[in-house]
Design a protein around this ligand. Structure first.
Ligand SMILES: [Mg+2]
Length: 264
């Protein structure tokens, strides 16, 4: 890679970029150590809405990647910040797990079961038909519908499992309403991350393995993009994936060492 100017901040994807499952991807620990030494600002930006930043940071540390909760930026945090900004003191009906509930309560948003202003939905692996029915009833009664992230499938120990996007398909079908999407490829998560980073989009690189989410979100928010071929995108498929996503990456690298070398 040979970009003209070094960035003043990085927004780094997690799954497929820094790790696979519970295994660190080669170079991830060195990359983060180098950024810390050079005092280059970065955040881990994840569409995952189920885990709290503390849980994500613990998981990274267990794999050998230096991380603090403050380094983590989740779609749940961005959703809570978006709701608080759009509609101060909105009453929220959540469909989600600990990461979403934690982000809503930290943003000071009242959580209600009846007559909410907003239904916010992420992945919920304990979801019941009753809760789906309540969410649909609220949306049909005029509550605004916000989706933490549109991922249809996600990796697990037992293979691919339905994600927040698949649950959303039920709510959309039943309510006839399309949600406001917060996570990648939406610019909302990236704009929230840029604000926390304290950097302008043009000075920031987004590093990720998925053209349809990471690279598209970089493009939507005006950041530069670096596609790393260690996860979803590989040497064999990346051109097709970029074309399907209708976007182009500013830089394409085969592994994280290339990025470390480039910082020199
Ligand atoms: Mg990824």
């Amino acid at each position: 890679m040979s970009p003209a100017e070094k960035p003043s901040g990085l927004l780094i994807d997690l799954d497929g970029t820094l790790y696979h499952g519970n295994i660190m991807i080669e170079g991830a620990d060195s990359l983060i150590s180098m950024l810390r030494q050079r005092e280059i600002r970065y955040l881990f930006v994840t569409n995952n809405s189920s885990a709290t930043p503390e849980t994500v940071a613990n998981r990274l540390r267990e794999m050998g990647i230096p991380a603090e909760a403050d380094d983590v930026c989740t779609s749940s945090q961005a959703a809570a910040a978006y709701i608080a900004q759009e509609m101060n003191e909105a009453r929220v009906f959540p469909v989600g797990e600990a990461g979403l509930l934690d982000a809503l309560s930290k943003a000071g948003l009242p959580i209600v079961e009846d007559e909410p202003d907003i239904v916010v939905q992420g992945i919920d692996r304990q979801l019941t038909y009753e809760r789906i029915a309540a969410a649909v009833r609220h949306i049909r009664s005029g509550a605004r519908y916000i989706l933490t992230n549109p991922d249809v499938l996600l990796p697990s120990d037992t293979g691919l499992i339905p994600g927040a996007g698949s649950i959303s398909a039920i709510l959309q079908k039943a309510s006839g309403i399309s949600p406001t999407v917060i996570g990648k490829p939406s610019a909302i998560l990236m704009n929230y991350a840029l604000e926390r980073l304290g950097r302008k989009a043009e000075d920031v690189w987004v590093i990720g393995d998925n053209p349809a989410t990471d690279i598209a979100a970089a493009q939507a928010s005006g950041c530069r993009s670096v596609l790393v071929l260690t996860g979803l995108a590989t040497e064999a498929n990346y051109k097709d994936l970029l074309q399907q996503a209708g976007c182009s990456a500013d830089e394409i690298i085969t592994d994280l060492h290339q990025l470390i070398r480039w910082f020199g």
